[in-house]
Design a protein around this ligand. Structure first.
Ligand code: URA
Length: 492
């Protein structure tokens, strides 16, 4: 006999999990449950069915004594993403998988199974939606009332395909930690006030947020648009037209694409230029502590960071804006080591805040690892680049530079004392071990080092961004995310 189960179904895995657990313990078969979403009427008059919290009717002889149900962690990970999908069939699909997993422990590895394929497709779609939201949310500043002092406030509107707001909110909390913000969407909203991250599942109305800052944004967008890197097809995939209506720069795009070829030729004619005219002033400011900043206690990571501000162990400090030192928990169990800061990190003075940082943050998010509990640093602390036009093109640090900078990395390791050190890419691996192994030979598994620390090697996230073939990029990205997920057990 069919039983109806009403769920709110707005991305909360706990709601589905509790209901599913009860059905499973009562021996209810997948075909016997009609999973429904509570619309308002059903919410009020839901007595016809089973609410997510009610006990289902079981099968007598099949009923089991309540006991924990063990499922592979990969299923939980999958379910957390799939419940965010907007497809009404997601709950039935997950229950079918759960039910089958009792007999087929390795079901999730059967890549040709129709249920597994469907769940992975939903997972992927939720991941894509997440990525789009991190890329296309545009904040508008809401001025404080006259005479009122306080943190700056921002608001944004976004239209996700799925119920991802709660999933993506911690990303915005980390990225925009020093301002108050609200992100409103038709599938729930999130807000941050410097202390509390709040999310709701209520649909929001679109606020009217067009104002003169749009013009500023458009000017900025046109100035950073790089015609030499224009890949129209890729751009359309990455920025589908449906997002354009909420982007102030959207109507510039066709014109910029049309003029791109001429601008590339022009760029080629121009000489390589020096960094920004006021660059030396930025460098000067970054090298010294502000006069009122307290000196850190000797022997701490903060003291090391202050010392590193005027590092001149190699020539890279001459052109970089500032030393980009490690950051994060000073007693972190996991230390992440990248290669060197990129363009955005050089300007912000923080590691992994640019495009590679976004890939890394997403992998952490999917793995349920809080970046603030890690210590994130680089093998080399200054940005190495070649000026080309007004752009600064990343250059790989050489062995000498890595060896000079190892002095800082070794001290960071001594002070933080991580249980696990993660080398992202070959430069980090070389800095940590002097080894020039192929990453492929050593990646993806813990390696005990001579000093009894454990090393884990994975690829550098920038490598993923450079893979031209979309299919291979998706595969490599999934592999990277899986490797980051493995770090979870060292985090606790
Ligand atoms: N790449 C790195 O290796 N480190 C950063 O901080 C940014 C990009």
């Amino acid at each position: 006999m069919t039983q109806t189960c009403f769920l709110e179904g707005r991305g909360d895995v706990g709601e589905w999990r509790d209901a599913a657990r009860r059905f499973l313990l009562a021996g209810v078969k997948p075909g016997e449950i009609d999973w429904r979403l509570c619309d308002e009427e059903q919410g009020l008059f839901g007595a016809r069915g089973v609410d997510a919290g009610d006990s289902p009717r079981g099968h007598g002889e099949n009923e089991q004594v309540a006991r924990p149900i063990s499922v592979p962690p990969a299923f939980l990970h999958l379910a957390e993403a799939v419940v965010c999908h907007a497809d009404p069939g997601r709950f039935a699909l997950l229950y079918r998988l759960l039910f089958r997993l009792r007999e087929e422990r390795h079901l999730l590895e059967v890549k040709s199974d129709a249920d597994v394929v469907a769940a992975h497709r939903m997972h992927k779609s939720v991941g894509r939606d997440y990525h789009k939201m991190t890329a296309f949310v545009r904040f508008k500043e809401m001025p404080l009332p006259q005479g009122v002092a306080g943190r700056r406030r921002f608001i944004a509107w976004f239209e996700p395909d799925h119920f991802i707001v709660a999933r993506v909110a911690p990303f915005f909390q980390r990225r925009f930690n020093d301002m108050d913000w609200i992100i409103a969407t038709p599938r729930g909203s999130a807000s941050w006030d410097g202390e509390t991250l709040r999310t709701t599942t209520e649909p929001a109305d679109k606020p009217d947020i067009r104002d003169e800052t749009d013009e500023l944004w458009r000017t900025y967008y046109a100035s950073i648009f790089n015609p030499a890197r224009l890949k129209v097809k890729m751009m359309m995939t990455e920025m589908p037209k449906k997002y354009w209506k909420n982007l102030p720069e959207a109507d510039l795009i066709p014109g910029l694409i049309a003029g791109a070829e001429a601008r590339v030729l022009d760029m080629g004619r121009r000489q390589a230029s020096e960094p920004l005219p006021f660059h030396h002033r930025l460098q000067e400011a970054a090298a010294h502590l502000p006069p009122d900043a307290p000196a850190a206690e000797v022997g701490t990571i903060e003291a090391l960071r202050q010392e590193a501000r005027h590092c001149s162990r190699c020539d890279l400090h001459c052109r970089a804006t500032q030393t980009v030192f490690g950051e994060g928990a000073v007693d972190a169990r996991i230390m992440i080591v990248g290669e060197q800061p990129g363009d955005q990190e050089d300007l912000a003075g923080r590691p992994f805040v640019g495009p590679a940082g976004r890939v890394f943050d997403e992998a952490l998010m999917l793995a349920g690892i809080d970046r603030q509990r890690l210590y994130v640093t680089n093998a080399v602390k200054h940005f190495k680049y070649e000026p080309r036009g007004k752009r600064r093109i990343h250059q790989r640090p050489n062995m000498g530079e890595v060896q000079q900078c190892r002095w800082w990395l070794t001290r960071e390791i001594d002070l933080v004392k991580p249980k696990l050190i993660v080398a992202m890419g070959a430069t980090a691996l070389f800095s940590l071990t002097d080894a020039k192994d192929r990453l492929e030979d050593v990646r993806g598994r813990p390696i005990v080092m001579d000093n009894e620390r454990t090393l884990f090697v994975t690829v550098h996230p920038s490598y993923l961004l450079r893979i031209p073939d979309e299919g291979r990029r998706a595969e490599e990205l999934a592999r990277f995310r899986e490797e980051i997920r493995q770090l979870g057990r060292w985090a606790v």
